[in-house]
Design a protein around this ligand. Structure first.
Ligand SMILES: Nc1ncnc2c1ncn2[C@@H]1O[C@H](COP(=O)(O)OP(=O)(O)O)[C@@H](O)[C@H]1O
Ligand SMILES: [Mg+2]
Length: 360
């Protein structure tokens, strides 16, 4: 079976690493000459709107999936004429726009921060008056790793901020004084079977995910699965979906969903029976889903900007390095390490060991 992937970054690369043992082959559509998934399959180097190359991809593969959600809607619609596309165009339409996404949470009775659609500075001023400060202004589309958003704390922060974010459609959200951030990686098969990984506790730095720790019997697991289950059903979703939540007042508020494999699920490569990457491929290919049970304790640390000395990282026992082969650049995710062990105290020590390498 040949799988077409829109986007050829590290998520595409890890999809191919998971699918190759299942006998799958891969083709990646990505305009970047140095797309890091390219060595693992065929690389169609073209823009996402290039219909000749989209047609070529559709002719060559059995199905198409995505490694990022900001794919133009026309690209998805065009491909869908010739080849099955998972997740669906509708799932992408909702997940790529924060307004549609939060409106869906509200319609499904899933708690989420108060929010307002912002089309002008006047809309922003009015929304600040009703939602209050602090608040967060985010572009409706194309934001990632904390880009395209600004925390508004004082009345001065509000002045001219609509223009500062590019005068594009935005969403204003009430600031959530969360006690923690967790994510749920879910997978839904073509026949509707759904499985969930254990909740992951996430720590961000400058808006970028830094550390994920898979939890043991989290008391909010059932609630998170209930909320995510509603979304999966509503979208008739196929594939892996990541759900980010704020932990607040002993409950959960939905932050956002990602219609794809997710950074907070990378630990599943070594830390779960079947990884998020393999389960995504199983789901889109119509194969039986794999077990989402975790194997001992796991944590994942991102390498942002550069990867520490390889020999030092892999000298740590049960530390699994993933070097994406990308050029090092400040603020860019260039690799990660998954730490595995049998108890939380040892896991904490290992995290400190890797942290020390990052800082040195
Ligand atoms: N309404 C909010 N209240 C408090 N913190 C927020 C809020 N929205 C976002 N954040 C913080 O910013 C991070 C990135 O925001 P998010 O909406 O998840 O965008 P991205 O698409 O960049 O991941 C969140 O993980 C959280 O730490
Ligand atoms: Mg996020």
């Amino acid at each position: 079976m040949k799988i077409g992937v829109i986007g050829g970054g590290q998520l595409g690369r890890m999809l191919a690493l998971a699918g190759t043992p299942l006998g799958m082959n891969f083709a990646f559509l990505d305009p970047a000459p140095d797309a890091c998934a390219a060595p693992l399959g065929e690389h169609l180097r073209a823009d996402y709107g290039d219909q000749d190359h989209l047609r070529q991809l559709a002719d060559e593969v059995d199905l198409v999936t995505f490694e990022f959600e900001s794919v133009p809607a026309e690209t998805v619609a065009f491909l869908s004429q010739f080849v099955p596309v998972y997740p669906s165009a509708e799932s992408l339409r909702i997940a790529r726009d924060r307004w549609f996404e939060k409106s869906m949470f509200k319609d499904l009775g899933i708690p989420t921060p108060s929010f307002a659609d912002i089309q002008s500075q006047a809309d922003l001023d009015a929304a600040v008056a009703s939602i209050g400060l602090p608040a967060v202004l985010k572009t409706r589309t194309l934001g990632y790793d904390g880009k395209g958003q600004k925390v508004l704390r004082t009345a001065e922060d509000v002045v001219g901020t609509f223009a500062e974010l590019g005068s594009v459609p935005c969403l204003l959200e009430g600031f959530v004084p969360f006690t923690g951030e967790v994510s749920l990686i879910a997978v839904r098969a073509r026949d509707g079977e759904t499985r969930f990984y254990p909740l992951v506790h996430n720590t961000h730095e400058n808006g970028i995910l830094r550390l994920s720790v898979a939890s043991e019997d989290h008391m909010l697991q059932g609630l998170a699965e209930d909320y995510a289950g509603r979304v999966l059903k509503q979208l008739d979703y196929v594939g892996v979906l990541a759900f980010e939540f704020f932990e607040v007042d002993g409950g959960l508020k939905a932050n956002e969903i990602a219609p794809r494999v997710h950074n907070s699920g990378h630990w599943t490569i070594e830390g779960a029976e079947c990884s998020q990457f393999e389960n995504h491929l199983r789901a889109v290919a119509g194969l039986p889903l794999g077990s989402t049970a975790k194997v001992g304790e796991s944590a994942m640390l991102n390498f942002i900007g550069e990867v520490p000395a390889v020999d030092k990282v892999i000298a740590i026992d049960e530390c699994h390095l993933h070097h994406y082969g990308k050029a090092f650049k400040v603020g860019r995710k260039v690799g990660h390490a998954t730490l595995r062990c049998d108890d939380m105290a040892t896991l904490e020590q290992k995290i400190q060991q890797v942290e020390a390498l990052i800082q040195s």
